[in-house]
Unconditional design. Structure first.
Length: 244
């Protein structure tokens, strides 16, 4: 019998109004958030070693990068981590990284699963979706540190340089990337030295500031000292992170 119309020969699928659907989704989302907070409140933190202050989190990243550069990375027990993370996550750092295949934050910081909350996009710039992702990890996962990670010889920044300086035209959706990176190129054009290197640095600096001032969530957490936002540049030859 249909639960909706009472006809024994029919079986309607449930029909929700827009308001009813939003209430359903909102309730489910709130339930997941509350269950996560309850889990942490009960002391069942997936990775207790990830409960760090912003400064401690940065130091841990630096130590991990030093191991990576020296080639003495830890042996990670991924099987054990899978079990610990089945019920949740509490990454100690969020990384805004370029999508370049040569850059892998998990390797560069010698980290395990559940340690880093990584958002990747060519040119490592913060747009609405990326900012929302970091709002999630800060507010609901307790992440104390955000890092904008640029890298040497970035192709996306180089494309922006050629577009801004030389008037080059790019196909498809590539101009969308350039629009976000162009302000960094424009600032770098007034600086002495290598334009690409300067633009890469300015791009990191501008996006650190963008995350710091992203209201209402990130800017509030930064003001309270709960979250720190820093920038760095990955060196391709040796993997060393130059912190800005």
């Amino acid at each position: 019998m249909c639960a909706i119309c009472g006809n024994p020969s029919r079986n309607h699928a449930p029909i929700y109004s827009r308001r009813g659907f939003l209430k359903l989704v909102g309730g489910a989302t709130a339930g997941m958030a509350l269950s996560g907070r309850a889990l942490f409140a009960a002391g069942e933190i997936p990775k207790p070693q990830n409960v760090l202050s912003p400064d401690e989190a940065l130091e841990r990243l630096k130590r991990g990068n030093a191991r990576y550069v020296e080639g003495v990375m830890k042996r990670h027990d991924f099987d054990l981590e899978r079990g610990a993370l089945a019920g949740g996550q509490n990454p100690y750092a969020g990384i805004l990284s370029c999508a370049d295949s040569r850059i892998a934050p998990e390797y560069a910081f010698d980290s395990g699963r559940g340690d880093l909350f990584v958002v990747r996009i060519a040119g490592n710039f913060a747009e609405e979706d990326g900012i929302a992702s970091f709002e999630y990890t800060v507010k609901f996962l307790g992440t104390p540190l955000l890092v904008v990670l640029g890298h040497e010889k970035c192709g996306a920044v180089d494309a922006a340089v050629k577009t801004v300086r030389d008037g080059a035209e790019l196909p498809g959706h590539l101009p969308h990337l350039v629009d976000h990176i162009a302000p960094a190129v424009q600032r770098a054009m007034s600086e002495p030295g290598d334009l690409l290197a300067n633009a890469i640095r300015e791009n990191v600096v501008l996006n650190v500031e963008k995350l710091k001032t992203a209201s209402p969530i990130l800017s509030d957490y930064v003001a309270q000292g709960k979250v720190r936002v820093v920038g760095g540049i990955y060196k391709l030859k040796d993997g060393l992170i130059e912190w800005l």
